[in-house]
Design a protein. Structure first.
Length: 204
C-alpha cells in the first residue's frame, strides 16, 4: 500500500495490527450497548479498533519511509498469528480506571511487539519501558461521572468470548487529530507469512 500525502511538520503515526471483521463486528455491538450508558468517557470509533504495537509520535516523512523499509525486512519471515479475543478489563484497575479494554490471548503477539520495538530502536525510536499487554482499547475514562453504572455493565461481560482472529498483517497508520477525535488512515500494510491451511482457505 502506498503512502498518501505527507506533512512537512511530521506525520503522527503508529504501528498496529487489526482483527478479523467478524470479531470487530461483535465488539462494535458491545460498544453500541455500552454507549447507551451516560458516562464521561471517550469511546473508540469503529475504525479505531486497532491493537497498537508501538506509537511513533510525529515522524518526519523520510524517517517514516525508513520505518516502513525496516519493518518490511525485519518481518519478512514473521508468521501470521492466531489470537482469541475475550474478557473486559480496565487500566490500571477498576477502582481508578483510565482505559477500558478487551483482552487478546494467544502465543506470539508479545514477541511480535518486541520485534517491532527492537527494529525501530535501531532507527532511534525509544524502546518501550512498560511490558506489552495485548489489548484492544474500547474507551478512555475522562472523569468518574457515570462510572459506577458503566463499570457494572462492563463487568457483566467480564469473561465474554468475542471470537478468534488471525493476525496476518502489520499496518503503519497515520493518526490525524480532529475535534471529534483521531482519524486513522493506513499508510502501509506489511503482510505476514500465512499458514498453509489459511492461505488456501477460500472463505477468507
Amino acid at each position: 500500500m502506498t503512502r498518501g500525502s505527507t506533512e512537512s511538520s511530521g506525520i503522527r503515526s503508529f504501528v498496529a495490527v487489526d482483527l478479523d471483521t467478524p470479531v470487530q463486528q461483535v465488539i462494535n455491538d458491545l460498544l453500541g450497548e455500552l454507549r447507551r450508558i451516560d458516562a464521561d468517557v471517550r469511546w473508540v470509533r469503529p475504525e479505531g479498533l486497532h491493537v497498537t504495537l508501538k506509537f511513533l509520535g510525529s515522524v518526519d516523512p523520510a524517517r517514516l519511509d525508513r520505518v516502513h523499509a525496516t519493518l518490511a525486512v525485519d518481518l519478512h519471515d514473521q508468521p501470521a498469528l492466531q489470537v482469541s479475543v475475550r474478557g473486559l478489563g480496565a487500566f490500571p484497575n477498576w477502582r481508578r480506571p483510565r482505559v477500558v479494554w478487551v483482552g487478546l490471548h494467544g502465543e506470539g503477539l508479545v514477541a511480535l511487539a518486541a520485534r517491532v520495538d527492537g527494529a525501530l530502536a535501531r532507527l532511534g525510536f525509544e524502546r518501550e519501558q512498560r511490558a506489552f499487554t495485548p489489548h484492544l482499547t474500547l474507551a478512555r475514562v475522562n472523569s468518574p461521572r457515570g462510572w459506577p453504572r458503566l463499570e457494572e455493565a462492563c463487568k457483566a461481560h467480564l469473561d465474554d468470548d468475542f471470537g478468534a482472529s488471525e493476525i496476518d498483517a502489520v499496518t503503519i497508520y497515520r493518526s490525524t487529530l480532529q475535534r471529534g477525535g483521531a482519524v486513522y488512515a493506513p499508510l502501509w500494510t506489511i503482510a505476514l507469512r500465512r499458514h498453509k491451511r489459511a492461505a488456501h482457505d477460500s472463505g477468507r
